[in-house]
Design a protein around this ligand. Structure first.
Ligand code: SF4
Length: 433
C-alpha cells in the first residue's frame, strides 16, 4: 500500500498552502514498492503476476482485483489499512502474505491478518514460500533473519509491471543496511543488520531495464546511505554518469570530505542528495548514533560540509528532527537560524517518530513516554506520539507548526533556491535543482 495520510488538521492546512512541506513524504509515498517488484522478479513466469497500488483504501469500494494469492507491503502509517485489505482478501478466499519493515518489527500482530508472514529480507525465503503456496501448504511464518543474502544474487525487479506514466521517479537499490546505528532509524538496518552493496554492473542493468520503458528516467536510489562504501560509491557514480539519467539518493555528510566523489557526482546526473543532519548542533545529536556517536562528532562542521557539497553543483536536502531528547523550545529558533545560514537548497523538518522495531521505540515504551504505543497511524513523521523530555507535547506541536510555517514560507523557499542557483553560476557544468 502506498500513501501517507497527514492526520493533524492544522498540518493538513499548512501542507496545502506551503510549497515544499510534506513534499518529500509525498514523493516516498508515491514510489512503487521495490520490494514487491523484486519478489515479482523472483516469481516464475508460470505465475500470472499483477502489481497494484492502493493509495487510499477508503476511496475504493471493491477489492482491486480477484487473485489466488496476494502479497502486501506497507508503511507503518498505513499498516492498519493494509491489515483491513488483507482481511478483505482473505474473506474473499485469497491467500495473503504480509512482509516488510513493519511486519518484521511486529510479527505477532501481522500474523492475525495473514496466511503467511515474511520476517526479514524476503529473497532468501520467497522460492520456498511459492512452492509451499502451490502445494497448498503455506507455513505461517517465513523467517529469513540470520540467513545471509548477497545482493549479487538480487533478481531483476519487474519494472515492466508498472504503469510507468503514474510515477515521476522509479527506484533502484544499490545497497542495504548502514554502517551506523541511529536510535530512531527505521530503514533497511532493521531488515539487514550488515551493510552490503549490490555490484555496480547489476545496478546498471536495472537502470537499463528501466530505460526500456522510460527513455530518460528520474531514478531514486532506494538506499539509506549510498556512499558509505566510498570505493563502491565512486564506481557507481561513474557508471551512472554514462547512463544519461537524473537521479537522487540519501547519504551521510562525509561525502563532503571526498572531492573526487563530489566531482564525479556533479557530472553524473545526481540532482540532489538527502542528508540526515537531525539537529544543527552537537548537543542535539549527542548519543543518537549508537555505535560511535558519529553524528555528534560531525555536527559542528555541518555548515562547511554543506557548502562544500553544494559548491560542486549538487543540491542538499537537509533533514532535521524536532523533539529529540535534550532539545527544548529553543530548538525551533535554532533550526530556523541554521537553515537560513546554511544555504541548504531543500529542507525537511519532521518530529521524532518512534517506529516499531527501533531502539527509540523500545526506550520510550520502557520509560512510559509513548502516548499511544500501537497507534501506528501516527507514524507519519508529522504527528507527535511521545512525551518530549524537556517540553510539553502541546509546545512541541505548536513550535513544529510555527517552524514549518516559517521554513516553508514561499519567499524563504524561493530565496533558498535562488541562492543555490546563483552559487551554481560559479560552478561549471549543468544547471542543478
Ligand atoms: S545514518 Fe541514516 S541510514 Fe544510517 S543508521 Fe543513521 S539514520 Fe539510519
Amino acid at each position: 500500500m502506498s500513501g501517507v495520510r497527514v492526520r493533524n488538521a492544522a498540518l493538513l492546512e499548512l501542507g496545502l498552502t506551503l510549497p515544499g512541506f510534506v513534499e518529500r513524504s509525498r514523493v516516498i509515498a508515491s514510489l512503487p514498492s521495490l520490494a514487491l517488484l523484486t519478489l515479482a522478479g523472483m516469481t516464475p513466469r508460470a505465475f500470472d503476476v499483477t502489481y497494484v497500488e492502493v493509495p487510499d483504501l477508503e476511496a475504493i469500494q471493491e477489492l482491486p482485483g480477484d487473485f489466488d494469492a496476494v502479497a502486501i507491503s506497507s508503511f507503518s502509517a498505513m499498516i492498519k489499512d493494509a491489515y483491513t485489505l488483507a482481511d478483505r482478501y482473505r474473506a474473499a478466499g485469497a491467500k495473503v502474505i504480509l512482509g516488510g519493515l513493519h511486519v518484521t518489527a511486529m510479527p505477532g500482530e501481522a500474523r492475525r491478518h495473514a496466511d503467511a508472514i515474511v520476517i526479514g529480507e524476503a529473497e532468501p525465503v520467497w522460492t520456498k514460500l511459492l512452492s509451499d503456496l502451490l502445494r497448498g501448504d503455506l507455513a505461517p511464518v517465513y523467517d529469513a533473519r540470520g540467513v545471509a543474502f548477497n545482493l549479487a544474487d538480487a533478481p531483476m525487479p519487474r519494472f515492466d509491471l508498472l504503469d510507468v506514466g503514474r510515477y515521476n521517479r522509479l527506484t533502484v537499490q544499490t545497497q542495504r543496511g548502514c554502517p551506523f546505528s541511529c536510535e530512531f532509524c527505521a530503514a533497511s538496518i532493521r531488515l539487514s543488520p550488515n551493510f552490503k552493496v549490490k555490484p555496480v554492473e547489476k545496478v546498471v542493468s536495472e537502470v537499463r531495464r528501466i530505460k526500456e520503458i522510460w527513455r530518460r528516467p528520474f531514478i531514486e536510489l532506494a538506499d539509506d546511505n549510498t556512499f558509505a562504501n566510498r570505493a563502491h560509491g565512486r564506481r557507481l557514480a561513474r557508471a551512472l554518469a554514462a547512463e544519461n539519467i537524473r537521479w537522487f539518493t540519501e547519504t551521510d555528510i562525509s561525502i563532503a570530505d571526498d572531492p573526487e566523489l563530489l566531482a564525479i557526482l556533479r557530472d553524473s546526473g545526481c540532482a540532489q542528495v538527502l542528508i540526515g543532519l537531525e539537529y544543527p548542533n552537537r548537543a542535539g545529536v549527542e548519543g543518537i548514533e549508537q555505535k560511535a556517536n558519529w553524528k555528534a562528532r560531525r555536527a559542528d562542521r555541518y555548515l562547511e560540509a554543506i557548502e562544500r557539497i553544494q559548491s560542486h553543483g549538487i543540491s542538499v536536502n537537509g533533514c532535521f528532527i524536532l523533539g529529540l531528547d535534550g532539545t527544548d523550545e529553543r530548538s525551533f529558533g535554532e533550526v530556523l537560524d541554521f537553515v537560513e545560514r546554511s544555504g541548504l537548497y531543500e529542507v525537511q523538518v519532521t518530529v521524532q517518530t518512534p517506529f516499531p522495531g527501533t531502539p527509540l521505540y523500545e526506550r520510550l515504551l520502557r520509560t512510559g513516554r509513548l502516548l499511544e504505543p500501537e497507534a501506528w497511524e501516527r507514524c507519519t513523521l508529522f504527528d507527535v506520539n511521545f512525551r518530549p523530555d524537556t517540553m510539553s507535547v502541546a509546545l512541541l506541536e505548536q513550535g513544529f507548526h510555527q517552524l514549518i510555517a516559517e521554513v516553508y514560507r514561499e519567499d524563504r523557499v524561493r530565496a533558498r533556491r535562488a541562492a543555490f542557483k546563483r552559487r551554481l553560476r560559479t560552478v561549471s557544468g549543468r544547471p542543478g535543482g
